[in-house]
Design a protein around this ligand. Structure first.
Ligand SMILES: [Zn+2]
Length: 102
């Protein structure tokens, strides 16, 4: 059986579809069209307890997703993603994006 933590960090298909619609079916960085299953980038990484909720998930093409997760470009991309989330959600707060045990 999966732990509760593992479950909460996963992105349900329902959330991916909501995020994909929200992001106009585009990578939020380069605005390339992508399929719904690309709505799977975590703002706060899963390894840091980032939740699979729409406030923590965005759409990215495979190149931008890779740059964001695994390269120094992350430093420039983070503020772009942050600004984007803040424009979408009034009380968007990084603290709410992380799994809490209790
Ligand atoms: Zn892109």
């Amino acid at each position: 059986m999966k732990s509760r933590r593992t479950k909460e960090l996963e992105i349900p298909k329902k959330i991916k579809l909501i995020v994909w619609e929200r992001d106009n079916h585009e990578c939020i960085f380069c605005h390339r069209y992508v399929e719904w299953n690309f709505a799977n980038s975590h703002y706060i990484k899963r390894s840091h307890g980032g939740l699979g909720i729409e406030q923590n998930i965005f759409t990215a093409c495979s190149r931008c997703h890779h740059d964001f997760d695994d390269t120094p470009k992350r430093k420039e991309m983070l503020p772009i993603a942050k600004r984007y989330f803040k424009s979408l959600y009034n009380n968007w707060n990084e603290k709410d994006l992380v799994y809490k045990k209790y």
